[in-house]
Design a protein around this ligand. Structure first.
Ligand code: MN
Length: 485
C-alpha cells in the first residue's frame, strides 16, 4: 500500500499549486508536481526548501538546497543561503557548486567554462537560459527561453531534506575516527611519538628531489593527476580545518588517493586580538595536522611559512610569538619535543607544484632562479626569505615581488604561462578568504585560512583550479562529542 501523503506535504502542495496556478504542468518530465517555468519572474513560495531544477533541452538536473549548518548556532539572524549543484557528482567526487547568498543571482547558460566545471551544465544552453535570485531567502526564477524549457520541482521527501547534513555527519564520524578528540591535549609522550613518526615520513617523503646533502629538497613535485586542495594560513583556527574536511568529498578523495591537502604554512600563532601570546592552540593545530599526515602520508603536505619558526623576529604587534612558541614547547612537552619541531622545520618543503599549479607561502623568488637552487634552498637565505616572507610590490613597498617574478617562476618550473600561482601570507582584507588575480597578475591567488567566518580553498577540478568557500562551523565540538561516544 502506498504511504499516505502527510498533512504537511499536502499543505505544501496546496501552497505551491496556488502560487503556480497559472503555470502549465511540465509535460516533459515525469516527476509529479513539476512545473514548467514561463518567460516571466516566478517566486518560489517556500523558504528553506530544497528544489530540483531541470535546465534546458537535455533537462540537466540540478539541486538547490538551503545551506544549513551542522552545528546548532544561536545566531539565526543571517538570511539563508542556497547552494546549487549537480547531484550526480556532488555526493561522489570533489565537485563544484554555486552559493546563492542573500541578494545573489545566477544566470545559467552561455559559453561559460566555470559553469561547466562547477555544475556540469550543457555547453549547448542558450546565452541566458534560466536565472535564479535569492532575496532574503525567497527564491525567484525566470526562464528566458521557455521553448528550450526549464522546470522546477520541490524535493519533498524527508530524507532529501536532510540529505546533505546526514552525508556531512558521516564525515564528522570519520574525522573522529582519524583524529580522536580534537579538543583533548595530547600527553607529552603521545605528542613526541606522533611528531617523531611524522618526521620519519618527511625525511623519506615521496615527490621530493634530494638536495646535494642527500636531504629532502625544497621542492615538492605533486603528480599531475593528483588534485591539490590548497589551504591558507590557519593561524590556529581548528574549526576552519575541520569544517573544510567535513565538506565536499575532500576526505574520501584523500582516502582513495585522488587528492592531497597542501598547507601553505603558518598554521600556528593566533591572529585574534588578545590571543597573540597564547600558544596552546598552536600545539593543538599542529597535532591535528600531524595526525592527518600520519593517516595520509602521501597526501598531506605542509609547506614552510615564516611563522614556522622559533625566531625572535617572528611576532605580532610586539608579541614575540616565535620565542613564546619555543618556550611553550619546552615547558609543556620537553626539550626533545622542541628539537623534533625544529627537525620538522628543517625538513619540510618550501614550494609545491604540478603542471596545474604552483604554491608557496609568500612570494616567488625576486632574483634569477633555477630548479636546482630551489631544491637546494637551504644554501640560499635570500631565496628562503622570498618564498616565506616577501609581499607583493606596491608603491609603498618597492621591494616586493611583481608580475615578472611570477612569470620567471613559471618558466623556471617549466609550466604553462597561465599556471595558477597560489600563496598565503598576505590576506587583503578581513572579509574574504580568497583573492584572485591579485595585483593585476593573472592567476595569482592569495588564500587565507584564518578568517573566523569562512574558509576558502583552491581546489583542482578537471585541469583547472577553482576557489571553494564554506561557512565556518564549530566542528571541533561535534567531532569531540563523536569521539567520546
Ligand atoms: Mn606568513
Amino acid at each position: 500500500m502506498a504511504k499516505p501523503i502527510s498533512k504537511k506535504r499536502k499543505s505544501l502542495l496546496k501552497l505551491i499549486k496556488i502560487a503556480f496556478s497559472d503555470l502549465e504542468q511540465c509535460e516533459k518530465i515525469e516527476l509529479k508536481d513539476t512545473y514548467k517555468l514561463p518567460n516571466k519572474k516566478i517566486m518560489f513560495p517556500l523558504e528553506n526548501y530544497p528544489l530540483e531544477i531541470h535546465v534546458g533541452l537535455d533537462a540537466h538536473v540540478l539541486h538547490l538546497y538551503p545551506e544549513l549548518p551542522l552545528d546548532e548556532q544561536d545566531d539565526n539572524s543571517s538570511e539563508p543561503s542556497y547552494i546549487l549543484f549537480d547531484p550526480e557528482n556532488y555526493y561522489s567526487q570533489i565537485s563544484g557548486f554555486y552559493r546563492l547568498s542573500d541578494d545573489d543571482k545566477i544566470i545559467l547558460g552561455g559559453d561559460n567554462t566555470e559553469q561547466y566545471a562547477l555544475l556540469n551544465t550543457s555547453k549547448k544552453l542558450p546565452e541566458r537560459q534560466l536565472s535564479i535570485a535569492n532575496s532574503e531567502g525567497k527564491l525567484t526564477f525566470k526562464c528566458h527561453h521557455p521553448e528550450t524549457g526549464s522546470c522546477i520541482a520541490p524535493l519533498f521527501k524527508e530524507k532529501k531534506l536532510n540529505k546533505i547534513n546526514k552525508w556531512r555527519a558521516e564525515k564528522v564520524t570519520q574525522l573522529a575516527k582519524i583524529l580522536g578528540d580534537p579538543l583533548k591535549i595530547l600527553s607529552s609522550e603521545e605528542a613526541l611519538k606522533l611528531i617523531q613518526q611524522v618526521n620519519h615520513i618527511i625525511e623519506h617523503e615521496e615527490y621530493r628531489e634530494k638536495d646535494i646533502h642527500d636531504r629532502p629538497g625544497g621542492v615538492l613535485s605533486i603528480p599531475d593527476k593528483m588534485s591539490p586542495i590548497i589551504i591558507g594560513d590557519l593561524h590556529t583556527q581548528l574549526d576552519n580545518l575541520l569544517t573544510l574536511l567535513s565538506q565536499n568529498n575532500f576526505l574520501s578523495a584523500l582516502e582513495n588517493g585522488d587528492a592531497c591537502l597542501i598547507f601553505v604554512g603558518d598554521a600556528v600563532h593566533p591572529e585574534v586580538d588578545g590571543q597573540y601570546d597564547k600558544m596552546e592552540s598552536s600545539m593543538n593545530i599542529m597535532d591535528i595536522i600531524f595526525k592527518l599526515k600520519l593517516r595520509f602520508p602521501k597526501h598531506v603536505f605542509y609547506l614552510m611559512g615564516n611563522h614556522d619558526s622559533f625566531s625572535e623576529e617572528i611576532g605580532k604587534k610586539g608579541v614575540p610569538q616565535g620565542l613564546l612558541w619555543e618556550k611553550q614547547l619546552k615547558n609543556s612537552r620537553g626539550k626533545n619535543y622542541k628539537k623534533e619541531m625544529q627537525r620538522f622545520y628543517d625538513n619540510i618543503p618550501y614550494l609545491a607544484y604540478s603542471k596545474h599549479f604552483i604554491c608557496c607561502h609568500a612570494g616567488p623568488p625576486t632574483s634569477a632562479v633555477n630548479l636546482h637552487a630551489l631544491v637546494n634552498i637551504k644554501k640560499y637565505p635570500k631565496l628562503i626569505k622570498d618564498l616565506i616572507s616577501r609581499r607583493l610590490q606596491t608603491s609603498n613597498r618597492m621591494s616586493g615581488y611583481n608580475k615578472s617574478d611570477v612569470k620567471k617562476l613559471r618558466r623556471c618550473l617549466n609550466v604553462a604561462e597561465n599556471t595558477p600561482f597560489i600563496v598565503g601570507h598576505t590576506p587583503m582584507d578581513d572579509e574574504e578568504t580568497i583573492w584572485q588575480n591579485v595585483g593585476g597578475i593573472s592567476g595569482h591567488t592569495i588564500v587565507y585560512g584564518g578568517n573566523l567566518e569562512k574558509i576558502g580553498v583552491m581546489v583542482q577540478m578537471g585541469k583547472k583550479m577553482y576557489p571553494l568557500t564554506y561557512p565556518v562551523e564549530l566542528l571541533s565540538k561535534l567531532v569531540s562529542a563523536e569521539a567520546k561516544k
